[in-house]
Write a protein that binds this ligand. Structure first.
Ligand code: C2E
Ligand code: MG
Ligand code: MG
Length: 434
C-alpha cells in the first residue's frame, strides 16, 4: 500500500500539488472512488504575528503543519502552499462525506492551542473542498474548485464549504482574484463609499469613513476584507492604498461647500503602517488635491500598531505632525496592552462594532463600551462607536458620553453622489435613511 506523502517545506508547492493530484487520479483503485482536494486557509495571521512575534508565530505554524499532517492516511498528499495556505490531496475516498470528515479533523487541529516560547495561541481555519470527478477533471480545475469553495467559506463564515457550480458562477468567473484585482485597479473598478460619522449629542455630521468596494456587476461582489487580503498577499496593497488616499482627498475637494467642512477617514492595512512611504503617499495626495491634512483621519487597527511598534510609532508621529489625525480602529478586539495606549500617537479610539451591536442584549458588552469610552477620554482621545444599528444604542452612547457614532441606524456606506444627497437631506433627530 502507498504511504502518505508530506512535501518538503518550501518545495514548489503549487506545481507539486498539481502533480500529486494527477498521480492520485490515475492511481485510484476504481471508478467508485473519488479524489478530494482540500485547501486550508489560516485566518488573521497578522494577529498571530502581532500577538506572539514572528519567531514564535513561525514555530507555531510549523507545529500546525505537523498536526495537520496527522490527518493523512496512506496514499494522501499534503503541502504548504503559502504562508497561510495548506493543501491536501486525499485519495480513494468513498464519497464527499468522507472529505468533510477529514475537513473537520483539520479544523480540530486549529482549535487546540499552539505553543512556543512560553506563549499560546489558537488559529481559525477555513477549508474549501473540490472533488474528482464530480467537480473537476483536471488537476488545475480541481484546485480552482477548492479555491472557489474556500472563497465561499470566507464569505459565509462557514468553516467548511464544498464546491458547487452555482458558487463558481456567483463568486468568480474564472478564479484568479489576483489578476482580476490588478485589472480592477487599472480600469478604475475600485470605488469608495462613504459612511457618515455623526457627532453625539447634537447629531451634526462631521464627515465620513471611506470604505472600498469592488464594482463587479456581472460576477458578484467580493467583500473588502477578502480583496484587501488578496492585495496584501500579492503586493498590490500599495497601489490600492494610494488609490484610496487620492480618491478620498479628491472627493473632499469636490464636495459642495454647502455640505460644510467634511472630514474623511481612510483605512490603512497593517502591512503599511510601519512603512515610511506612507507619509509620502499621504503628503503627495494632499498636495495634488490641495486638501488640508487636518481633514484626514487615518484608521489603523490596534494589532497593526503592535507589529513593529517603533516603526509604526515613527510613521504615525510624522503623519500627525503633518496635521493628519490617527484613529485606532476595531478597538477591544486586539492584543495591545493598556500601557501601550499612553504611547500610541493617536487622536481617536473606535470601539469595535461587535461590542456596540450587542450592548443592549449583553451586559458585559455594555460594560466594555462604557469602560472604553472612559479609557479613551482619560487618554485625551475622542471616542467613536461603530455599528450603531438602532436609536436606543445611540441614546445610551450619548448618555455614556461617547463623542461620535457610525452605523446602519444613520446610514450604510453610500456612493459619493448618494452621500451628498443624504447629507443635504439630513435633519438631526431623523434617522435610518440610506
Ligand atoms: P472597518 O474599517 O472596521 O469598517 C467598518 C465596517 O463595518 C464596514 O464594513 C462597514 O460597512 C460595517 N458597518 C458599519 N456600520 C455597521 C452597522 O451598523 N452594522 C454592521 N453590521 N456593520 C456596519 P466593510 O465596508 O465591509 O469593510 C470591512 C473592513 O474592510 C473595514 O472594517 C476595513 O478594515 C476594511 N476596509 C474597507 N475599505 C478599506 C480600504 O480602503 N483600505 C483598507 N486597508 N481596508 C479597508
Ligand atoms: Mg475603519
Ligand atoms: Mg472598525
Amino acid at each position: 500500500m502507498n504511504t502518505a506523502v508530506l512535501s518538503p517545506v518550501g518545495s514548489s508547492s503549487y506545481s507539486d500539488c498539481l502533480e500529486a493530484i494527477r498521480a492520485r487520479v490515475v492511481a485510484r483503485e476504481s471508478k467508485l472512488y473519488d479524489v478530494a482536494v482540500l485547501v486550508v486557509y489560516v485566518h488573521q495571521l497578522e494577529r498571530l504575528y502581532a500577538n506572539v512575534g514572528h519567531v514564535n508565530a513561525g514555530r507555531m505554524l510549523d507545529e500546525l503543519r505537523n498536526r495537520l499532517a496527522l490527518v493523512l492516511r496512506p496514499g494522501d498528499y499534503f503541502t504548504r502552499l503559502s504562508d497561510r495556505k495548506f493543501a491536501f490531496v486525499l485519495s480513494n475516498l468513498r464519497n464527499q462525506g468522507h472529505a468533510i470528515l477529514a475537513a473537520n479533523k483539520i479544523l480540530r487541529a486549529g482549535t487546540e492551542p499552539l505553543a512556543s516560547g512560553g506563549q499560546q495561541a489558537t488559529v481559525r481555519l477555513s477549508v474549501g473542498i473540490g472533488m474528482f470527478p464530480a467537480h473537476g477533471r483536471t488537476p488545475e480545475a480541481l484546485m480552482q474548485c477548492s479555491e472557489i469553495a474556500l472563497l465561499e467559506a470566507w464569505k459565509t463564515s462557514q468553516p467548511v464549504t464544498v464546491y458547487t457550480a452555482r458558487k463558481a458562477d456567483e463568486l468568480v468567473a474564472g478564479w484568479d482574484l489576483e489578476a482580476q484585482l490588478a485589472k480592477a485597479l487599472e480600469h478604475g473598478d475600485l470605488i469608495l463609499n462613504y459612511q457618515p460619522k455623526i457627532a453625539l449629542p447634537d447629531q451634526s455630521i462631521v464627515g465620513a469613513e471611506a470604505l472600498m468596494r469592488w464594482n463587479r456587476p456581472e460576477s458578484g461582489n467580493v467583500p473588502p476584507e477578502i480583496f484587501i487580503d488578496v492585495a496584501e498577499m500579492t503586493g498590490q496593497i500599495d497601489p490600492l492604498t494610494q488609490f484610496a488616499f487620492h480618491r478620498a482627498l479628491r472627493q473632499l475637494s469636490e464636495w459642495p461647500e454647502t455640505l460644510g467642512r467634511m472630514c474623511v477617514a481612510v483605512n490603512v492595512s497593517p502591512s503599511l503602517i510601519g512603512n515610511p512611504d506612507l507619509v509620502d503617499m499621504v503628503q503627495g495626495a494632499a498636495g495634488l488635491w490641495s486638501v488640508d491634512l487636518s481633514r484626514l483621519t487615518i484608521e489603523v487597527t490596534e494589532n497593526a500598531l503592535m507589529i513593529d511598534r517603533q516603526r509604526s510609532h515613527r510613521v504615525l508621529t510624522e503623519l500627525r505632525e503633518l496635521g493628519a489625525r490617527v484613529s485606532i480602529d476595531d478597538f477591544g478586539t486586539g492584543y495591545s496592552c493598556l500601557s501601550y495606549l499612553k504611547e500610541i500617537p493617536a487622536d481617536e479610539l473606535k470601539i469595535d462594532k461587535s461590542f456596540v451591536m450587542n450592548m443592549i442584549a449583553n451586559k458585559a458588552d455594555r460594560k466594555i463600551v462604557e469602560q472604553t469610552i472612559a479609557l479613551g477620554h482619560s487618554f485625551d482621545l475622542v471616542v467613536v462607536a461603530e455599528g450603531v444599528e438602532d436609536e436606543r444604542v445611540a441614546q445610551e452612547l450619548t448618555v455614556m458620553g461617547c463623542d461620535f457614532a457610525q452605523g446602519y441606524h444613520y446610514a450604510r456606506p453610500l456612493a459619493p453622489d448618494k452621500f451628498v444627497e443624504w447629507v443635504q437631506g439630513w435633519r438631526p433627530g431623523q434617522v435610518g435613511s440610506d
